[in-house]
Design a protein around this ligand. Structure first.
Ligand code: HEM
Length: 396
């Protein structure tokens, strides 16, 4: 029997194989410390939506963080909140995610993709993360927030440190770095928010500031909300692009199929999201005693929801371990969660993915790895720090 401690390197390195076995034999697995790992699509979907019985584990999450800016972030991060605070934050940001608002980003995303692809085409090799998958989403979220897109190092280091600190396996050192990262981002965003407050526009920061003026968010909460958006909005999308390209490199037939039938790009993006999601697990807590798959789960238990397993549940997806860009029900994946925490930016991430893959496959071909991809560590986030690749221009 494999090691069922999800924070262990053995688990991480064999996650898909372990999830496949659990889906067959033990879809609700009791772990040490009152934690339960849920793998079935039906159970994960239920846990995301049943807000009477399942909540965010707010106290459990913040108890793991040392006092300081990173814990402050945890307490002010809408993703980790329950109502009524969550409702207040969600209402404040959701106007920026209206379909009409998102459509205005199309031209910006297209222009940014083309500029990045011009550089890539000139080189015919490089690191896909540095050359494309990182700069595109960071430019988009900066554009949405109305903040300069010229401070990548501060944003990248600060947010990478904070995301590493969110992992269950975070060491004391990583938590200390997460605190420094939170302070750096807080100072940076605080300066931008203060300047914007006297010069409101129609960007997301201004929208949040308008809500502050209506007494719905404090100035501090505006800064933390902006940090949440920065964090939520770019690295996850980087991994959609990176994991998606890697899936195509490992399935060259699907790459050629996509290049030949660009009208499938929208569906292909759903399949990438299903096949190798940027977030492998989410955490919840039971509010009542519940019974799942003949297992009694007491109130107060931590639920580890495996999105990666649910996305490969054979009860929902035929041949779940195969990559099929034309899969009819690819969009039934749970990669954007669901219920009241449904990813606020899912339409933005989808738009970025669709424009990016349509343009990448139109311009470039012959993708191959040019070295080992460098995977990021941790149970929660799945992606790569580096994906070295070679490719050719399609016109040649
Ligand atoms: C492929 C890219 C993305 C993935 C896989 C993703 C995934 C998720 C997931 C799973 C959650 C729920 C977390 C939980 O309930 O524990 C979430 C929440 C959220 N995401 Fe995304 N996300 C992506 C891109 C984005 C983008 C581009 C933005 C912003 C522009 C964004 C903004 C948010 C926000 C604000 C929340 C909090 C929603 C709430 O708690 O009500 N995300 N995302």
């Amino acid at each position: 029997m494999e090691n069922l401690e999800p924070t262990s390197p053995e688990f991480r390195n064999n996650a898909i194989a372990i999830y496949q076995r659990l889906l067959r034999e033990q879809p609700v697995a009791e772990l040490s410390g009152g934690r339960y790992l849920l793998c079935r699509h039906e159970d994960v979907r239920w846990a995301l939506r049943d807000h009477e019985q399942v909540l965010r584990p707010t106290d459990w999450s913040s108890a793991r963080k040392p006092p300081g800016p990173f814990r402050e972030f945890g307490l002010n991060n809408m993703i980790a909140m329950n109502p009524p605070d969550h409702t207040r934050f969600r209402k404040a940001i959701m106007r920026a995610f209206a379909p009409k608002q998102i459509a205005t980003l199309t031209a910006f995303i297209e222009a940014k993709c083309d500029a990045l692809l011009d550089d890539m085409a000139a080189r015919e090799s490089g690191d896909f993360i540095d050359d494309f998958a990182y700069p595109l989403p960071v430019a988009v979220i900066c554009e949405m927030l109305g903040i300069p897109d010229d401070n990548h190092e501060t944003l990248r280091k600060g947010s990478a440190a904070m995301l590493a600190g969110l992992e269950l396996s975070a060491s004391e050192e990583e938590l200390a770095r997460a605190s420094d990262g939170a302070q750096t981002l807080y100072d940076y965003l605080h300066g931008l928010v203060t300047a914007r407050a006297v010069d409101l526009g129609d960007d997301l920061l201004s929208l949040l500031l308008r809500h502050q003026q209506e007494d719905q968010l404090t100035r501090e909460e505006v800064v933390w909300a902006a940090i949440t958006l920065l964090l939520a909005g770019h690295e996850t999308t980087t991994h959609l692009l990176g994991n998606g390209l890697l899936a195509l490199i490992h399935h060259p037939d699907q790459l050629e199929r996509l290049a030949g039938t660009p009208e499938w790009t929208k569906n292909a993006v759903e399949e990438f999201l299903r096949y190798d999601p940027s977030l492998y697990v989410l955490f919840r807590q039971t509010a009542n005693d519940v019974r799942l798959d003949d297992t009694d789960i007491p109130a107060g238990s931590i639920l580890i929801l495996s999105l990666a397993a649910a996305n490969r549940d054979p009860r929902v997806f035929d041949d779940p371990d195969g990559l099929d860009i034309a899969r009819a029900n690819a969009d039934q994946h749970l990669t954007f969660a669901g219920g009241r925490h449904l990813c606020a930016g899912h339409a933005v991430a989808r738009l970025e993915g669709q424009i990016a893959f349509e343009r990448i496959t139109r311009r470039l071909t012959g993708f191959e790895l040019d070295g080992e991809p460098e995977a990021r560590e941790g149970l929660m986030f799945k992606g790569y720090h580096r994906i070295p690749i070679r490719y050719r221009n399609r016109s040649e």
